[in-house]
Ligand binder design. Structure first.
Ligand SMILES: N[C@@H](CCC(=O)N[C@@H](CS)C(=O)NCC(=O)O)C(=O)O
Length: 213
């Protein structure tokens, strides 16, 4: 990749954490430009020119401006010839299935937990209650993930892919948020395996440093 890669992110939120995890896993260091979404910077004219939706992440590389975290992951993994975007149409379709499922279904159940219990308090805007309905949605989403996991270490085939990273990002703060995961043994194994990798450990310590400053 010759042109400089810049990624606009807010490092604490799940769709953005995906890119921190991925870049560490790929061993690449794009320029990260932080966008303070807690202060409305995503709604300023300059940012809206990049993404009219007013959302991070956004990748910019030469003339290419790419929104949607999962598309950005596919682009980065693929352009670095990484097996995180696997070869073979069947494996690719299986990865895409997880990415769409995460975006259309999983996020609504799991995303709000760490956001309310970790991110919003850090931003100093209180700790809105996670109500019964939200916990039910959480349980439904993690049960569905437990059913997808077949006991192996990765979601698709025998190798790490962007499918794993897409879901893993939602669990990075699972301890801080006290996410109840004890009834989901396959999920716990999958998490423990991924949390052992250097790229996970360095992402986690980077985020811990932000949260403790
Ligand atoms: N489907 C999009 C969702 C992006 C998104 O919701 N970003 C949030 C942070 S995780 C955001 O920018 N929120 C600011 C806002 O909505 O004002 C993706 O995967 O990139």
């Amino acid at each position: 990749m010759n042109e400089k890669t810049k990624i606009y992110i807010n490092p604490l939120t799940a769709n953005n954490i995906k890119l921190l995890l991925l870049c560490n896993a790929l061993g690449i260091q794009p320029e990260f430009q932080h966008v303070a979404i807690n202060r409305g910077k995503q709604r300023q004219e300059a940012f809206l020119a990049l993404n009219p939706d007013g959302k991070v992440p956004v990748l910019q590389q030469g003339d290419l401006v790419l929104t949607e975290s999962n598309a950005i992951m596919q682009y980065l993994a693929s352009s670095h010839q990484s097996s995180l975007w696997p070869q073979g149409i069947e494996q690719q379709a299986k990865v895409l299935r997880i990415l769409f499922w995460q975006s259309n279904y999983f996020t609504a159940g799991v995303g709000p937990i760490a956001h309310r219990k970790v991110v919003l308090p850090y931003w100093g805007v209180g700790e809105p209650e996670v109500d019964k309905q939200q916990w039910q949605a959480f349980d439904k989403a993690v049960s569905a993930l437990e059913n997808i996991l077949d006991g192996s270490s990765y979601l698709v085939g025998n190798e790490l892919s962007i499918a794993d990273i897409s879901l893993l990002a939602f669990f990075l703060f699972h301890k801080r948020a006290n996410m109840p995961l004890k009834d989901y043994p396959k999920l716990q194994n999958w998490l423990a395996n991924l949390a052992d990798h250097d790229w996970y450990i360095s992402t986690e310590s980077y985020l811990n440093e932000i949260l403790t400053n």
